[in-house]
Design a protein around this ligand. Structure first.
Ligand code: ATP
Ligand code: MG
Length: 430
């Protein structure tokens, strides 16, 4: 016997029984993003490895140890995208779309990171990613945050998420701070874990982002970046905060919020939750004014965020209002070969007349009892019965399933223009 096929660890199926919150999130986000003037973009899930190395940064968890990288048959090093910003920025540059233009874009799809799989942390996961390119802010920063806050309200999860905010200043202003930080950690080098020791040279700010509980008191005593902001970044941050106050969107300034990727500048933010255990970040973003120039595009300011779909879906399943999937309207119960063909043709005519009608034909036979069981399970309002006897009369027997009611006859040819009235009557109960 051959072993049955196994899924890849950390890569999940989303079965039909679990799809409702996914679809509700996607539909809600799609409509909201459109209403704020964002356009959808779709980019490949694979890019040249170098793109991620150059954008995300060498000394990040992603580039150091999480990328799915392979050599393709042509000998190129390719990587499954671990995040969406790099690909979107690459698309703007390679399609010549910058030239001082502004773009409000969003994208959704799978991302890939070779992490240790656990609840809320997977190797294939999904993001809704939003980018505003060509905007220096802070107006756009505030509006993006308002958009996310509105999404949480629409999904009914606003009471279980909190906003954390910080400013990283400019890379130039960060340099001075970085030196102070390195000398602070050097002075306490014995207390650094292996990861942090490695980062001391390449990316000391990332030590502040350490998840290791043993490092927390050391991190708590470190100099604070917010005290070293350049004047322009300070004004930017104050204006962002004033607008959030005017919106009535509450936030906490968290001076330790540095974000995992190298390319951020000025505004960074994260929506976190207490409802999901250790994986508490549901949506993270920030400004990346230097990235596009660094990748060879014309220097263009930008800000974006990515939301972890699995984590938002988990919150929705716990607390949100997920509408139940719509049941079918009519289920066609059929008996006999001629009636089967007539039922298939009738269903097509019903769909021609009423494109939104959810009509299910009993496929694959079965006795009346089994077919009625399926009809009931489908949640249909009406069973439409077509057997040899009905066919001889040129009629369909119509039986309401959700209430006690008489079975009636309807001529086959009349059904396409009577079905709406029959459904309405069955729902009203006349
Ligand atoms: P974390 O601190 O949880 O590792 P991150 O800083 O690596 O998150 P980002 O790269 O900013 O996360 O990605 C944006 C969002 O994508 C996160 O806030 C989170 O909701 C989600 N996310 C990140 N990695 C995973 C993963 N492996 N599985 C599921 N969701 C993830
Ligand atoms: Mg991570």
């Amino acid at each position: 016997m051959t072993a049955s096929p196994q899924p890849i660890r950390g890569m999940n199926d989303v079965l039909p029984e679990a799809i409702a919150p996914w679809q509700h999130l996607e539909a809600t986000a799609r409509e909201l993003l459109g209403a704020y003037g964002y356009e959808e973009i779709r980019v490949p899930v694979v890019e040249h490895t170098e793109l991620f190395e150059r954008s995300i940064g060498e000394h990040t968890d992603i580039v150091e140890k999480e990328m799915y990288t392979f050599t393709d048959l042509g000998g190129d090093s390719l990587t499954l995208r671990p995040e969406a910003t790099a690909g979107i920025v690459r698309a703007m540059i390679s399609n010549g779309l910058l030239r001082g233009a502004r773009h409000k874009l969003w994208c959704t799809g799978p991302m890939f990171r070779h992490e240790k799989p656990q609840k809320g942390r997977y190797r294939q996961f999904h993001q809704i990613d939003v980018e505003a390119i060509g905007f220096a802010g802070p107006d756009v920063d505030a509006e993006l945050i308002a958009l996310t806050a509105r999404l949480w309200r629409q999904l009914g999860i606003d009471h279980s998420v909190r906003l954390q905010l910080n400013s990283l200043g400019t890379p130039e202003a960060r340099r001075g701070y970085r030196e102070q930080l390195v000398s602070y950690f050097r002075a306490h080098e014995v207390r650094l874990d292996a990861d942090s020791r490695r980062r001391l040279e390449g990316n000391p700010l990332r030590i502040l982002d350490s998840k290791n509980p043993d490092m927390q008191s050391l991190v708590a005593g470190a100099p604070v970046l917010t005290d070293h902001l350049d004047a322009a970044s300070r004004v930017h941050f104050e204006r962002l905060r004033a607008t959030l106050d005017a919106f009535g969107v509450p936030y906490t300034v968290n001076p330790r919020l540095v974000r995992g990727l190298d390319y951020y500048s000025r505004t960074v933010f994260e929506w976190v939750t207490d409802a999901l255990g250790a994986q508490d970040a549901v949506c993270s973003g920030g400004r990346y004014d230097g990235l596009i120039g660094q990748l060879g595009g014309e220097p263009t300011p930008a800000i974006g965020f990515a939301m972890g779909v699995e984590r938002v879906v988990a919150l929705m399943a716990q607390l949100g209002e997920v509408p139940a999937p719509a049941p079918s309207d009519a289920y066609l119960v059929v008996q006999g070969e001629a009636a089967e063909r007539a039922a298939l043709v009738l269903a097509e005519r019903l769909r021609d007349a009423q494109p939104a009608l959810r009509v299910v034909v009993n496929l694959g036979g079965g006795n009346f009892k089994a077919q009625f069981r399926r009809a009931n399970r489908s949640g249909a309002t009406l069973a439409l019965i077509l057997g040899e006897a009905e066919l001889r009369r040129g009629a369909v027997a119509v039986k309401p399933l959700r209430r006690e009611a008489e079975q009636t006859d309807c001529p086959i040819d009349a059904l396409p223009h009577r079905i709406d009235a029959l459904l309405a009557a069955a729902r009203r109960g006349d």
